[in-house]
Design a protein around this ligand. Structure first.
Ligand SMILES: Nc1ncnc2c1ncn2[C@@H]1O[C@H](COP(=O)(O)OP(=O)(O)OP(=O)(O)O)[C@@H](O)[C@H]1O
Length: 673
């Protein structure tokens, strides 16, 4: 048994409807259950109608309802195995370096991770990067110099600390001399070093953030410019969400990596080399011991760190998934309400939120165990160094200051090595994000936005001819929509196209707008192939387009504020605004694509009057569903199977008793006038 529910028509090319259809597809719905092109009735099987509904909107009631759904959802979620066990048993966990605490902190803070794309990752181009970096070269060189300076000072600091400790130790041993006078010089020197290091660090961070922000802003505008230029077919093939992702998270990811690799990469590399030299100078024996132990610690730590990062990324993906469900539901709240789907949406959201909470809990436990182990290992390293260093001191191979310097320098090496291992992963991620951004920069549209001839508006008559057009949409090349299609729109006349849904009527308008190029054949304007004409002039001055979908935001041309998606306006008001916008450019050719099909009788009358005035003195192409609105057209063409099969006036076609007469009969019996 089927129930029929009325819903507002989801229009083609409408992002909301596309998103809704996609989301419903993924949630086990069949598109046809929700939407059939050109029909306003939506069949539902009785089993799909939700059995419970939120009917009372008190907060307590809603809260109870949410809790019920959450309980149900959490019952369905299998709990992950105890992560602590995995970590405690992992043998590698015993050799974690302290700096990898930083790795974990990084995992938590890395909220800009891109959800990995399934498609093949394009190649990173250094040449394109150079184009963006070149204007910021001076600031970048400045940042690099300051970062090097800060790193060089970091190498000095352990040695200075050693000097200071030696003064203290000497005084304790000898109990003689002026302690303040002796300690003053090295202490002031160290203080100076600290201050300079702080200054250099602030300097390079300021410069780098300037470079990073400017490069990112440049990339965003260049990518957006490139996207706006792309063919309509490009947008058929690529989901809006993915494109927006490239503008936002990919560029963000690239920017973070760029800044991090330059600042921390430079600093860590310099510090590692410099401190190793210091270590060797201080004590070759102790350095030998460190060379054996340290790489094992760093390697094991990096391994666990990378495991946690993966876990963190999965948790973020899950959060994004949950957000996606909420976004779909809130973005399409009218449809959700119309189908009484609140319970189901809540259930789906709660299930996704539960999953993400469970994953984040796992991650949290992992981080906690990791941090605990790291602390133990760090302390053991310090203990081991003091133990080995102490025995060297006993043999007079080392001074207390040397031991202090050694401890601090070895900690610096550990931190730097761990940071390099993190940076390597970050660099790979940043390069993939950059490559995804660069991919569309080099893409050239087949139909340019501008360029080509213009016909002087005074002599333009608006005669349009479609000659032997064959056409398939680029995304569905096997499905030929227009087959040897021929049609002439005489100047100042109104031609209507009618026919079965999905027969290709709107496609004809899309070809005239040059949204797509025909596979073969030509579209002519005043005897000129439109491919030789300037597309921006054609769209901006010659062709006016009024379709049923309403523009979803305010435009400069409207003197009053329209709410998001135009929800505060009636259908008739929206349509009259659309007509006003199309007429502002005083077009010679006007396309009306189902301009009144969603309106009630009164609004239709008002809009029809506006349209009648608008069409006077122009070449008009009407793509119609409701045959009542086109009876006065100079020519009515019936389309079937990609070509015109009947043409004539309303009375001609009625008297012929062919397809048009059949359509009229069918619409009358369906209840349309
Ligand atoms: N952007 C697109 N990419 C791929 N196929 C498309 C695209 N737009 C439309 N189609 C397909 O092309 C065919 C013709 O669509 P078109 O919108 O031109 O038909 P129509 O006669 O205007 O239909 P309706 O009366 O239902 O609006 C349909 O099968 C449709 O699914």
């Amino acid at each position: 048994m089927f129930h029929f529910a009325r819903c507002s028509r989801l229009t083609r090319g409408n992002v909301t409807s596309d998103r809704l259809l996609n989301s419903q597809k993924t949630r086990g719905f069949t598109i046809h259950h929700l939407y059939r092109r050109g029909q306003h009735t939506v069949p539902w099987s009785s089993s799909q109608i939700p059995s419970t509904q939120i009917t009372v909107n008190t907060p307590a009631r809603i809260w109870r309802q949410a809790q019920k759904v959450l309980r149900l959802a959490s019952r369905k979620q299998p709990r992950p195995p105890n992560i602590a066990l995995k970590f405690i048993l992992g043998p590698a966990a015993l050799t974690v370096t302290a700096r990898l605490l930083g790795t974990v902190a990084h995992c938590e803070a890395d909220v800009n991770n891109n959800i990995p794309h399934k498609e093949v990752i394009p190649e990173f181009s250094w040449a394109i990067l150079w184009e963006f970096v070149r204007p910021q070269l001076l600031a970048l060189i400045g940042a690099i110099i300051l970062a090097f300076g800060a790193a060089a000072l970091n190498i000095q600091i352990p040695l200075m600390l050693g000097e200071l400790v030696n003064v203290v130790a000497r005084h304790m041993r000898e109990q003689a001399g002026d302690y303040v006078r002796d300690i003053k010089a090295p202490a002031l020197k160290l203080l100076g070093l600290y201050a300079l290091q702080g200054l250099l660090t602030s300097g390079y961070i300021i410069l780098l953030s300037r470079v990073g922000e400017r490069v990112a802003a440049d990339m965003r505008t260049t990518l957006f410019t490139s996207l706006l230029r792309q063919d309509v077919a490009f947008f058929d093939a690529n989901k809006t969400g993915q494109l927006v992702n490239r503008l936002t998270s990919d560029i963000q990811e690239f920017k973070s990596s760029f800044k991090l690799v330059i600042s921390q990469g430079l600093r860590s590399a310099t510090q590692t080399v410099g401190c190793f030299v210091s270590l060797y100078v201080i004590s070759p024996k102790l350095t030998g011991l460190t060379v054996v132990v340290l790489p094992c610690l760093v390697g094991a730590g990096a391994l666990i760190g990378s495991f946690l990062r993966k876990l963190s990324r999965k948790a973020q993906e899950q959060v994004a998934k949950a957000t996606g469900v909420a976004d779909e539901a809130l973005g399409n709240v009218r449809t959700v309400r119309a189908f009484a789907m609140e319970d189901r949406e809540l259930e789906m959201y709660a299930a996704e939120v539960q999953k993400s909470a469970a994953m984040n809990e796992t991650l949290g436990t992992g981080i906690a165990v990791f941090q605990g182990l790291s602390n133990i290992v760090l302390n053991c390293i310090v203990l081991g160094t003091i133990f080995a260093g102490g025995s060297l001191m006993a043999r007079d191979d080392m001074s207390p200051g040397d031991l202090m310097s050694f401890l601090v320098a070895s900690q610096t090496v550990q931190r730097s090595l761990a940071s390099i291992s993190i940076l390597f992963g970050q660099m790979v991620r940043g390069m993939s994000a950059g490559a995804r951004v660069f991919e569309y920069l080099a893409l050239e549209p087949t139909v340019p936005l501008t360029g080509g001839g213009r016909i002087p508006l005074k002599s333009l008559t608006g005669r349009v001819e479609f000659m032997n057009i064959n056409f398939s949409y680029p995304t569905r090349p096997g499905n030929q929509i227009l087959k040897n299609f021929n049609l002439t729109l005489p100047p100042y006349k109104t031609v209507a196209i009618v026919g079965e849904s999905g027969g290709g009527k709107s496609t004809v308008a899309a070809l005239l707008e040059r949204f797509y190029e025909p596979s073969s054949g030509v579209v002519m304007l005043d005897g000129l192939d439109i491919r030789t004409l300037d597309p921006s002039w054609l769209r901006g001055h010659v062709i006016g387009f009024i379709s049923q979908p309403i523009i979803k935001r305010t435009m400069d041309t409207t003197p009053w504020l329209v709410s998001e998606r135009g929800v505060t306006l009636s259908g008739g008001q929206k349509q009259r605004i659309a007509i006003a916008r199309a007429l502002i450019k005083n077009p010679s050719v006007l396309i009306l694509d189902e301009a009144t099909s969603a309106l009630d009788a009164e609004s239709e009358r008002v809009v029809q009057e506006a349209l009648d005035r608008a069409t006077t003195g122009r070449t008009v192409l009407i793509i119609a569903h409701r045959l009542s609105t086109i009876q006065g057209a100079d020519l009515i063409c019936v389309m079937s199977n990609g070509r015109i099969v009947e043409a004539g006036t309303h009375l001609d076609l009625l008297s012929k008793g062919g397809m048009y007469a059949e359509l009229i009969k069918r619409q009358r019996s369906d209840g349309h006038k």
